[in-house]
Design a protein around this ligand. Structure first.
Ligand code: DO4
Ligand code: MG
Length: 274
């Protein structure tokens, strides 16, 4: 079952049909509710109209959005390459092999871009990529109760100039998109799931790549345990798990590019570069 946040409120999708969720707020569901029980109850009702793409909102309310970094070998290598002139590369190898993961703050819920909305490139950056990532939906008890798709927009030139510039490379208006829905977990995460990235320019594929969750070096539960180690999240949290797909060093995003990120079993997050 999947949960959609829409202009009509929360909807549950089951076997292609949509149902109203009795509890209207994700904050309540992730802050002490039982997402699976709420979904099971919802599908006992009568089906409602399928939401149009214009009705979709990002499946996040007051949750903080955090991100993990350098959790795939491809990400380690790309960062080492982009920071070779600043001497920052060693940091990335060290965090890739360290016990403690890299975690950074990405967005407040209100800044997250909706599915179909526009993500942005910073005006003071010349080298930009989308980062297609599995996003963990975590309740206030630190349990992973769902999965969604995220785009961790990143300015590679700013990040490569100095590792201390990471927050500026990663956190700005329009840098974080999540959606289209939350896959409600009813069992373990399927490590065979693939993540696909397609970037279209003028309607033609300018970049295509894929990876699978088998390439993710860290256990999602381990990432969550570090995030929740010294912080409470009364309304739950969202945690990006890192990117395993980075376009070649000669690629940068352009205005008007369309970014499509698909994760098996969840769906496709589509955004245009403003
Ligand atoms: O360390 C820099 C950011 C890493 C990141 O966002 C990723 O690996 O996905
Ligand atoms: Mg990332």
């Amino acid at each position: 079952m999947k949960l959609y946040n829409t202009k009509r409120g929360l909807l549950i999708e089951s076997e292609g049909k949509f149902y109203n969720a009795a509890t209207a707020r994700l904050d309540e569901i992730l802050g002490g509710g039982d997402i699976l029980a709420i979904a099971r109850e919802a599908v006992k009702g009568s089906p409602v109209d399928t939401p149009s793409s214009e009705e979709l909102l990002a499946p996040v309310q007051n949750q903080e959005v955090w991100a993990s970094g350098v959790t795939y070998y491809r990400s380690r290598n790309a960062r080492i390459e982009e920071s070779k002139d600043s001497g920052g590369g060693d940091f990335y190898d060290r965090v890739y092999t360290a016990e403690r993961p890299e975690l950074f703050f990405k967005s407040v819920g209100s800044r997250v871009v909706r599915p179909g909305g526009s993500v942005r490139i910073r005006k003071d950056s010349k080298w930009n990529v989308p980062e297609p990532e599995l996003v963990l939906v975590i309740n206030s008890d630190g349990e992973i109760v769902g999965l969604t798709v995220g785009n961790d927009m990143s300015s590679r030139d700013i990040e490569g100039e100095n590792p201390l510039y990471l927050p500026q490379a990663k956190v700005y208006d329009g840098s974080c998109a999540i959606g289209p829905c939350i896959l409600i977990l009813e069992g373990p995460i399927d490590k065979n799931s693939a993540i696909w990235l397609e970037i279209q320019r003028n309607g033609v594929a300018a970049f295509e790549g894929s990876t699978t969750l088998r390439e993710l070096k860290r256990d999602p539960k381990e990432l969550v345990s570090y995030l929740y180690r010294e912080m409470t999240f009364a309304e739950g949290a969202m945690l990006f798990t890192g990117t395993g797909i980075v376009p070649g060093d000669d690629f940068t995003l352009d205005q008007g590019d369309k970014v499509l990120i698909t994760i098996d079993g969840i769906g496709t997050l589509e955004n245009v570069i403003a």
